[in-house]
Design a protein around this ligand. Structure first.
Ligand code: AGP
Length: 364
């Protein structure tokens, strides 16, 4: 990949289209079919260390924090280790209990975000083991951490992160598989996840081939002053990231909620002028998600669903290819990157350099 625009009008568009290659690069040389696991050279965590981990805490900011939320779910699901993600900017100010049995993971595209770096330094001062999940090779966070995984997204120029988010989530999938295979994850499940990972580049191409439909849809919803994004469990961080993307490039206000929380308050906002984007994977929560769509429809809310099959209650559905349940979040956000891009384009926004934002926040 290069800085050459190669016919794209913005880096955002170019980087969205680089995702199949980027994912391929993240997987290359790391899969071990013989033992249904992965090799992560720089991790610096042998099988014995991995088995001793009792908790995982992931720290990042913005989009990287959202990638960390998906990563925490993958680690819980595949390795059965309690895991959660927290904004690094909050973590370091609340005098957290630093536990020697916890594996800390700092996640960052630039590897230079001050809040993440300061959290790493604080953890190290207190004797914690901290790994990095970083894009920029040799960056400050990569240097400060005890080992880690490079996400290999390649240079990301647009202030708004797209391909790096996807590669971070893929890298968390690799880490979850690695941790799982040192614990209870079976050979068969390891194989199933590897097969799922291998399908990703072709499935990403399939989503990008549907770009025209997404461009049209972005025009349908461009009149909205505010949008709601909902999802449950695996779909919730996808909804959060998609809402951040729309806010950053289009300046349209967006809220993200777990679909299960709608009835506890945000349902009051639903009306025709407040469309909802719903993440509806074909998993064990499908019926629950459909019930949420019904609730929204009953209040005359417009619905755009991102799903594995057409959703009857939705006004429009973007159908994405199905992967393994645990890996579905990697794909479901991609059409919404294009949705944010086309919405911002229709509004004449400065897509690669949104107002008030910097690519790398190296100050507090
Ligand atoms: C991404 O679209 C954002 N511009 C922003 O949230 C970013 O993810 C955040 O500032 C963290 O940056 P980092 O990944 O370089 O640490």
């Amino acid at each position: 990949e290069s800085y050459d625009m190669g016919g794209h009008d913005t880096y955002m568009h170019k980087e969205i289209h680089e995702q199949a290659d980027a994912v391929d690069r993240a997987l290359r040389g790391r899969i071990d079919d013989r033992f249904s696991t992965v090799h992560l050279g720089g991790l610096n965590l042998d099988a014995r260390d991995a088995r001793a981990v009792r908790r995982v805490k992931i720290l990042g900011c913005g989009t990287s924090y959202h990638a960390g939320q998906i990563g925490a779910q993958m680690i819980e699901e595949l390795a059965r280790i309690p895991a959660d993600a927290e904004p690094a900017s909050e973590f370091r100010y609340r005098n957290p209990v630093v536990d020697p049995d916890t594996l800390y993971i700092a996640v960052s595209q630039s590897g230079e975000t001050y809040d993440v770096l300061a959290a790493v330094q604080e953890l190290k001062r207190k004797g914690a083991r901290v790994l990095g999940l970083v894009n920029v090779v040799g960056s400050a966070i990569a240097r400060e951490t005890d080992g880690g995984i490079y996400v290999h997204a390649g240079p990301e120029v647009c202030v708004v992160s797209t391909k790096c988010f996807t590669n971070m989530v893929v890298s968390f999938g690799l880490l979850a598989l690695h941790l799982g295979r040192t614990r209870d994850l079976s050979v068969a499940d390891g194989k199933r996840i590897i097969e799922g990972l291998r399908k990703l580049p072709a499935q990403i191409e399939e989503i990008l081939a549907g770009e025209e439909q997404i461009e049209k849809l972005s025009k349908e919803y461009a009149d909205a002053k505010s949008m709601m994004f909902i999802g449950r469990v695996r779909g919730y961080p996808v909804a959060r990231e998609a809402s951040l993307k729309l806010k950053e490039v289009s300046y349209i206000h967006a809220e993200a909620y777990p679909a299960s929380e709608l009835k506890h308050g945000p349902l009051a906002l639903i009306e025709p002028a407040m469309p909802t984007v719903a993440i509806v994977p074909d998993d064990d929560l499908l019926e629950k998600n459909r019930a949420a769509l019904e609730e929204i429809k009953a209040r005359s809310g417009r619905i755009l669903a991102v799903a594995h099959q057409e959703q009857e209650k939705a006004d429009h559905t973007i159908v994405v290819p199905k992967n393994e349940d645990e890996l579905d979040p990697i794909l479901m956000g991609i059409p919404l990157q294009l949705f944010a891009y086309y919405t911002a384009k229709a509004m004449g926004r400065d897509i690669d350099k949104p107002r008030n934002l910097a690519k790398s926040v190296t100050v507090e």
